[in-house]
Design a protein around this ligand. Structure first.
Ligand code: ADP
Ligand code: MG
Length: 683
């Protein structure tokens, strides 16, 4: 039903509501309050506790404007029990005139202890002898957007609730009633009416922390829709065809024999899982999870091999140019007799035209950044899409690359690699449509990185340490971390540090890499570092992901307190890649916030990416961990993967049961929540 059918909503407002994702009356119903105000009663002034919000009513005793640099309008109000003050820092002169002594006033706001008894700053208020009737239910406060007033949202929502009540809206109950009864959850109609208009006396605490059964009822359907959509997407892909690529043991061995190491048991297991997937006639959808340094690149190469022996093309996308270029070097080495090409945003003009021709032609292995999925990149015969460090990409980029390989008859296999070990609960949700392999073992002889914290006023001894390490044939990173500023500022700061360190270490070769360097220069610096021609590399966080220089064994991270745990862990993962004992010095600026203290301590105490991820989840919440870079992928409207972990478990089970028992209802649930589930279903 169209929004304009609601009283007070014309086309202009309807258009504004569209921007909130509210397209029709049913959407309005699913636009839930953020919080509630209790205006169902009046509190006597003497009973005010000085905490929380309250509504009072009384007579204005006097009102005046304080003298001083910032005038304040003070209105003293008395009821039978006591006197209190209402204060306005921003007010109009006309407002002052209206606040006449003797008038009745009703005010609502956050009550605090003031200098002269209780006070409310900037209350909502209404003046006049005849005050409106008290609210019968808690007043919902909706998430709003520019140009739409709270009043309007409240009115519109109230109308939709009324329509629902009167049976004017078609809203079917889709969850089995016995099940709901078992869980002590209300039906959908009841739940919606309750959350929009909680009756006086409703459990406000529960409502506020989103754990009321009525809210849970809505959440569980949302989560259910998510799991069902993921299942549907997965089934759809499984029903399409993919090239069968059975492995050729001989070729496999050939590649393995070139490696200077043996695969770990975990790598072997994962490679087998991948190759088994690829030998079947439908698309692989596999996620490989492995901590930094667990050796994912070679696993990717073995997956590629399966495609290459059949004359197919394989593509690998990395989130940064530095990482993509490093993969290029590694893979050229592995696949000497294949044509390995590179494409990133910095390749332009004639060079780009040439690469595109190769991709449409005889190229076998294609490496690059997100430039790989631009519309004019056309592949000859793409059979495998690998995405490295997938957590750095948005959902849509991942999707577009997959669509690239789609020709009339087949989809490519896809392999997604991630170093951020996502806590189990989150992984289940984010990757419900993927098979998951875990590389749960590091290559042998890795020594635990020794991490120390250092106050930035006491970094004197660091110089000696860097010098010793470098004289010893080792190499070091010096990471400059200015996070707020622009790339330009970052580059400048790194440049300054670079110059200072050059002065300080005339006996060492110091290098510099940052995001503003030209592609070739960046590459030259990284090559020189890899060849140990540069001993101390000053870098911005451009080296955060993937960079692999096993001889580097010392890392200094400036302003470590500003970085998040995952980022610190990724950065630190640049050392400890060889057999040497590695060190990581986290330089911080005191005083540390409590949160920063926990982060740095965690880094000191553990090298385990899994534990770090758990901690990160606790500190930042799931939205941040998956959300920032994958907007739209993990954005549940109502549910919270951590807080509602139990609901997620329940929903998962229920999804399995419903798929068996009632596939039609499954489709309807997905459809109802499609707005939320659409993005997800395609991942
Ligand atoms: P990830 O991408 O998982 O962080 P890489 O693939 O970059 O890790 O591998 C890290 C380093 O470990 C590389 O130098 C790689 O050559 C090396 N490596 C990988 N597998 C093994 C292994 N089984 N034994 C010894 N070294 C290995
Ligand atoms: Mg890697």
């Amino acid at each position: 039903m169209e929004l304009t059918r609601l009283k007070g909503i014309g086309q202009t407002t309807a258009d504004k509501l569209h921007t909130l994702g509210i397209d029709d009356v049913i959407d309005m119903l699913f636009h839930l309050p953020l919080r509630y105000e209790d205006k169902t009663c009046i509190t006597a002034i003497a009973d005010l506790t000085g905490f929380g919000h309250a509504q009072v009513e009384g007579e204005i005793v006097k009102s005046y404007v304080t003298q001083g640099r910032r005038p304040i309008l003070v209105v003293e109000v008395a009821d039978e029990s006591a006197v209190m003050q209402l204060k306005f820092f921003n007010f109009y002169y006309s407002q002052k005139i209206k606040m006449r002594a003797g008038l009745r006033i009703r005010a609502y706001g956050e009550v605090k202890h003031g200098m002269y008894g209780m006070e409310i700053i900037h209350p909502e208020f209404s003046l006049g002898e005849k005050q409106p009737a008290l609210a019968k239910s808690l007043t919902p406060v909706y998430p709003k957007s520019e140009g739409i007033s709270q009043k309007l949202l409240q009115k519109a929502a109230a109308q939709t609730v009324q329509m629902l009540q009167q049976g004017e809206l078609a809203l079917r109950e889709l969850l089995p009633t016995e099940w709901l009864a078992q869980q002590g959850m209300p039906g959908l109609r009841e739940a919606l009416m309750f959350v929009h208009q909680p009756p006086a006396g409703a459990d406000v605490m529960k409502l506020l922390n989103q754990s009321h059964p009525a809210q849970q009822r809505l959440k569980i359907e949302e989560i259910l829709a998510h799991f069902l959509a993921m299942h549907q997407a997965r089934t759809a892909v499984q029903q399409s065809a993919a090239p069968e690529l059975p492995i050729n043991q001989q070729q496999n061995q050939l590649l393995l024999s070139q490696l200077p190491f043996e695969l770990t048991a975990a790598q072997q297991r994962v490679v087998q899982e991948i190759q088994a997937d690829m030998s079947r006639g439908f698309p692989m959808q596999r996620l490989v999870q492995g901590d930094v340094g667990s050796g994912k690149t070679v696993v990717a190469a073995l997956a590629m091999q399966a495609g290459l022996v059949h004359g197919k093309q394989v593509v690998m996308m990395a989130p940064t140019e530095i990482l993509a270029e490093q993969h290029l070097v590694t893979l050229k080495e592995y696949f000497k007799d294949k044509q390995v090409v590179f494409l990133s945003g910095k390749i332009k003009g004639k060079a780009r035209v040439d690469v595109l021709a190769q991709i449409a032609g005889e190229a076998d292995v294609i490496i690059g950044t997100h430039a790989l999925f631009q519309p004019d990149v056309i592949y000859r015969d793409l059979a495998l899409v690998i995405i490295d460090e997938q957590h750095r990409f948005g959902v849509h980029q991942r999707l577009m690359l997959k669509e690239k390989g789609q020709n009339n008859t087949t989809l490519p296999h896809s392999l997604i690699m991630t170093a951020t070990p996502i806590p189990r609960t989150l992984a289940q949700i984010a990757y419900a449509n993927l098979d998951v392999s875990v590389i749960d073992e590091l290559p042998p002889n890795r020594k635990v990185i020794n991490t120390v914290l250092l106050d930035n006023h006491k970094i004197q001894p660091l110089a000696e340490r860097i010098r010793n390490a470098c004289k010893n044939g080792e190499q070091a990173y010096w990471v400059c971390t200015l996070i707020e500023e622009s790339e330009h500022m970052r580059a400048k700061a790194a440049q300054d540090t670079y110059e200072a360190l050059q002065q300080q270490f005339p006996d060492l070769t110091v290098g510099l890499v940052h995001g503003r360097l030209k592609s070739d220069d960046k590459q030259a610096v990284m090559d020189a570092f890899k060849a140990n021609e540069i001993q101390l590399l000053v870098a911005t966080t451009v080296i955060e992901v993937g960079v692999d220089v096993p001889n580097a064994s010392l890392m200094v991270i400036e302003n470590a307190e500003r970085l998040g745990l995952s980022q610190l862990h990724q950065l630190r993962g640049r050392v400890g890649r060889g057999n040497r004992q590695s060190h990581c010095v986290l330089v911080y600026q005191a005083p540390l916030s409590e949160n920063a203290q926990v982060r740095l301590q965690t880094m000191r105490e553990t090298n385990d990416g899994f534990i770090i991820a758990q901690k990160d989840l606790q500190l930042r919440g799931p939205g941040e961990i998956l959300g920032t870079r994958q907007k739209g992928s993990m954005e549940f409207r109502f549910s919270d993967p951590e807080q509602d972990a139990q609901l997620f478990e329940q929903a998962k089970q229920m999804a399995a049961e419903l798929l068996q028992a009632n596939p039609e209802v499954c489709d309807q649930i997905i459809e109802r929540w499609e707005k939320q589930a659409k993005t997800l279903a395609k991942v």
